[in-house]
Design a protein around this ligand. Structure first.
Ligand code: SF4
Ligand code: SF4
Length: 247
């Protein structure tokens, strides 16, 4: 019989293998964090007091499940080789957000049937559109859950790269935490040998000094207008198609 961690991983793998999407994925990554990890409290200082602690989502929280759905390499190539945002990339953004909702709902259904309390979170669009602060950052909790290290592109770079999307779920059952990596995955942070993401940013929002979120978001809304037929599509990803896209 599978342990809880194994059954969560199996469920996520099954959903990806049977996804009804045009978008193709590589093998998903799954990590687990203790809800009592001190980093969740520190996030209120690092990100801001608006960022929720797992126990503010679920009072009896024990574990945060984080998962990463890495895009197929052909998608990375498609968004790298043209100056505009590739339509495939825009489709992947919309489809993957929906797929994360499906996976989260399946996790909730399966775990609730075992008497476990579950709170899911959306893949995105849970932020304040004025100051662009989010009450729950999937990529930050994925960091706590050992899925990677941050790059200067402000993305979490996993062992499968950063081109893909994150989801997370808080549950009331204990799963042993995933150890965090000790090696930096960003080549600039490692030895200053890469600045692809900064050089490839079409707006100048991303620099070595930081990310101008408002300038970036204004560009994402422009992209959204170009793909009106796809639904809400505020995406760009030009900083996610460099050497750390699919390690
Ligand atoms: S593109 Fe290069 S510098 Fe930018 S995050 Fe990736 S590895 Fe780091
Ligand atoms: S998403 Fe696009 S505009 Fe925003 S920082 Fe990345 S490359 Fe620049």
């Amino acid at each position: 019989m599978l342990c809880l961690a194994e059954s969560v991983i199996e469920l996520i793998n099954y959903q990806i293998e049977n996804a009804d999407t045009i978008t193709q994925y590589r093998k998903p990554l799954v990590g687990f964090a203790s809800a009592q990890d001190p980093l969740f409290t520190q996030m209120k200082e690092i990100i801001g007091p608006h960022h929720l602690h797992p126990t503010e989502l679920l009072p009896d929280a024990q574990t945060v499940i984080a998962f990463f759905l890495p895009f197929d390499k052909t998608l990375i190539t498609a968004n790298r080789k043209i100056p505009q945002i590739a339509r495939e990339w825009a489709v992947a953004y919309v489809e993957t957000n929906k797929l994360i909702a499906t996976i989260s709902a399946e996790l909730k259904r399966k775990l609730t049937a075992q008497g476990i309390n579950v709170v899911t979170q959306p893949a995105t669009h849970n932020f304040n559109e004025q100051d662009l602060t989010a009450r729950w950052s999937n990529k930050s909790v994925a960091y706590v859950a050992g899925l990677g290290t941050f790059g200067i592109n402000h993305m979490l770079i996993t062992p499968s790269g950063c081109a893909g999307r994150f989801g997370s779920t808080v549950i009331s059952a204990k799963i042993p935490p995933t150890p965090r990596p000790t090696l930096e995955n960003c080549l600039y942070i490692r030895d200053s040998k890469c600045q692809f993401c900064v050089n490839n940013c079409p707006t100048g929002a991303l620099t070595l000094q930081g990310l101008d979120k408002q300038r970036c978001y204004a560009h994402l809304l422009e992209v959204d207008k170009k793909f009106e037929d796809l639904g809400l599509c505020d995406v760009c990803g030009k900083c996610a198609v460099g050497p750390c896209a699919s390690i």
